[in-house]
Design a protein around this ligand. Structure first.
Ligand SMILES: O=P(O)(O)OC[C@H]1O[C@H](OP(=O)(O)OP(=O)(O)O)[C@H](O)[C@@H]1O
Ligand SMILES: Nc1nc2[nH]cnc2c(=O)[nH]1
Length: 175
């Protein structure tokens, strides 16, 4: 990003602290239930890895890959299932984990898509909620941070398939 500098919006320390808090709530809410964490690839793999290690009840973890942005900063509006859930989730309490709810199109689609597998319940947990951009009616059951209408990168979120490895959430500003 020539001529630009990173503007850190949420630090690695803030992320870690908030995930600890949310993991406690989830551990309490799902005590005695058949918790199945469904991580939406690719964006959520870092958040999922940190979250599940702070959850202190038994948990199954699986993955599903969806795509609607490609290399763009705006949603195509059409969600592609790149890789379906591999386990039989019938009777499980499914918690979909994703990095961000933006337009909400991905999360709404996945929630509806999973119904056919007859889970006991379906809820969702996201690191970031960007409510100003919402196009469909959905709100996350668990969320770490609410952010303004800014295209953010890092901690799993990509720009042109790069920068997912940055340990914080940032955007770019003019130097
Ligand atoms: O609320 P929405 O507007 O639907 O946006 C949210 C989705 O967009 C990103 O995925 P993307 O399609 O970029 O794929 P990726 O996870 O591989 O980065 C992100 O990881 C969410 O899944
Ligand atoms: N990297 C990135 N991907 C997204 N997908 C939906 N919103 C965003 C965003 O703000 N940043």
């Amino acid at each position: 990003m020539e001529g630009k500098k990173e503007n850190i919006l949420i630090s690695a320390e803030e992320i870690s602290e908030k995930i600890g808090e949310i993991a406690k709530v989830i551990s309490n809410d799902y005590k005695g239930k058949k918790l199945y964490i469904l991580s939406l690839l690719r964006g959520s793999f870092i958040f999922t890895a940190d979250l599940i290690r702070k959850i202190d009840i038994p948990v199954m973890v699986g993955f599903m890959a969806t795509s609607s942005y490609g290399h763009n900063e705006t949603s195509s509006g059409c969600v592609k299932v790149v890789q379906d859930v591999a386990d039989n989730i019938e009777g499980y309490d499914v918690l979909i984990v994703d990095d961000i709810v933006d337009t909400g199109i991905t999360m709404k689609f996945v929630k509806e898509y999973l119904q056919k597998y007859n889970p006991n319940s379906i809820k969702c947990c996201v690191l970031l909620d960007k409510p100003e951009r919402r196009k469909v009616d959905i709100s996350p059951d668990y969320k770490c941070f609410t952010i303004p209408d800014v295209f953010v990168v890092g901690y799993g979120l990509n720009y042109g398939d790069y920068y997912r490895n940055k340990p914080y959430i940032f955007n770019w500003e003019e130097k």
